[in-house]
Write a new protein. Structure first.
Length: 368
């Protein structure tokens, strides 16, 4: 039997991988349980019908953004109040060692609940506790119904990880995004020039490279990916491959294909294409680096994302630039804020919606 050269073997492996990827991508539409996945996503993302019960407002809260779709929150209800507390059992300690993203996620959930309640005549004041692990308390009360555009955007908001179409966002829309994001102690810096986007892209690529060189980061990310609709339905959390435009595989095969496909070069090429087709990049910077302020960053971002969604503008996270401390410090200097901690990097632009991610049943307890 002839000996196969390394080059020939490499070509055969690449061809086999491409064929499997094609089958996997097609599998999103053909997979036996994809109809069940779509039905569950639609059920979870319906608007509230009838009177807005506390349970339904909590469901709206769970449609908020969270790192790796880990959903690191717990809810306690009673007496016309909803408390949102951190669930440290759902930490992502490699990518988020100081729980920055966890507390940002709590702020996102609080803002969703607040927006939905206000739209449906259940306005409430949001209070943020102090200390190392602050919670959030929302006191609900009867109020005239408020604006509904952001509420209607809650089920459609997503981190759309596809390429955008390159169309600019108008000055009037940028002004609406800035206004929506206003929050005490949080600045939102919008960068729409090609030069600025390319400069920020270099920080994103530097962070991405450092992360992919870290085996612990790669393992943690892989553990949060759901390669099949069956697994996504089972867990109700994590990053379903189809939501990122990736192929759908059986879990065992998906994990193997991930190890082959998740390379620094491929991911950097993807990031370049994503940034260069975006209309702009928003950088969120808080005036303090503590959990209470990170919650406020989450509230600011969630309103920004809901306003974008209401305008037909998509958003997606580029947080590699703020997840590696040395890279984050360089970004702060480039922003003209040395010593500050940039919190979030978000690209925005026009694109169709991708498949929606799922949520697990909200953990709800009695008042604490």
């Amino acid at each position: 039997m002839p000996v196969m050269s390394r080059r020939t073997l490499g070509r055969k492996l690449i061809s086999a991988g491409a064929a499997l990827a094609a089958v996997g991508a097609a599998g999103y539409g053909l997979w036996p349980r994809i109809d069940a996945y779509r039905s569950e996503a639609a059920r979870q993302r319906r608007l509230i019908a009838g009177e807005p019960s506390v349970a339904e407002l909590v469901r709206m809260a769970t449609l908020a953004a969270s790192g790796h779709n880990a959903q690191p929150w717990r809810f306690h209800t009673g007496g016309g109040r909803v408390s949102i507390l951190p669930d440290f059992s759902r930490r992502t300690p490699v990518v988020d060692p100081d729980d920055h993203h966890l507390f940002v996620s709590l702020g996102c959930a609080a803002e969703n609940l607040s927006v939905a309640a206000a739209a449906l005549g259940r306005g409430g004041a949001v209070g943020i506790g102090g200390g190392a692990a602050p919670g959030i308390e929302i006191a609900l009360s009867a109020a005239p119904p408020g604006r509904r555009d952001l509420y209607r955007a809650i089920p459609e908001r997503q981190s759309t990880r596809s390429l955008f179409d390159g169309r600019p966002v108008s000055p009037a829309e940028l002004a609406l995004l800035e206004a929506a994001a206003r929050e005490d102690g949080v600045s939102v810096l919008l960068h729409t020039s090609a030069a600025d986007r390319d400069a920020i892209l270099e920080f994103v690529i530097a962070g991405n490279g450092a992360q992919i060189d870290d085996p612990a980061f790669v393992r943690e990310l892989r553990d949060w990916i759901r390669f099949s609709p069956a697994r996504a339905l089972e867990t109700g959390d994590g990053l379903f491959a189809a939501c990122s435009g990736a192929p759908v595989f059986p879990e065992w095969l998906g994990r193997r294909m991930f190890s082959l496909a998740f390379t620094k070069g491929a991911e950097n090429d993807k990031l370049r294409a994503q940034v260069r087709t975006s209309a702009g990049i928003a950088v969120f910077v808080a005036d303090k680096a503590d959990p209470a302020q990170w919650i406020r960053v989450g509230r600011s971002f969630q309103r920004f994302a809901l306003q974008a969604t209401a305008l037909g503008v998509r958003t997606a996270h580029l947080n590699q630039a703020v997840e590696v401390p040395a890279v984050r410090d360089g970004l702060a200097r480039w922003l003209g804020a040395p010593g500050a901690r940039p919190d979030l990097v978000i690209r925005f632009g026009s694109a169709p919606l991708a498949p929606m991610s799922l949520r697990r049943a909200a953990p709800v307890g009695a008042p604490v």
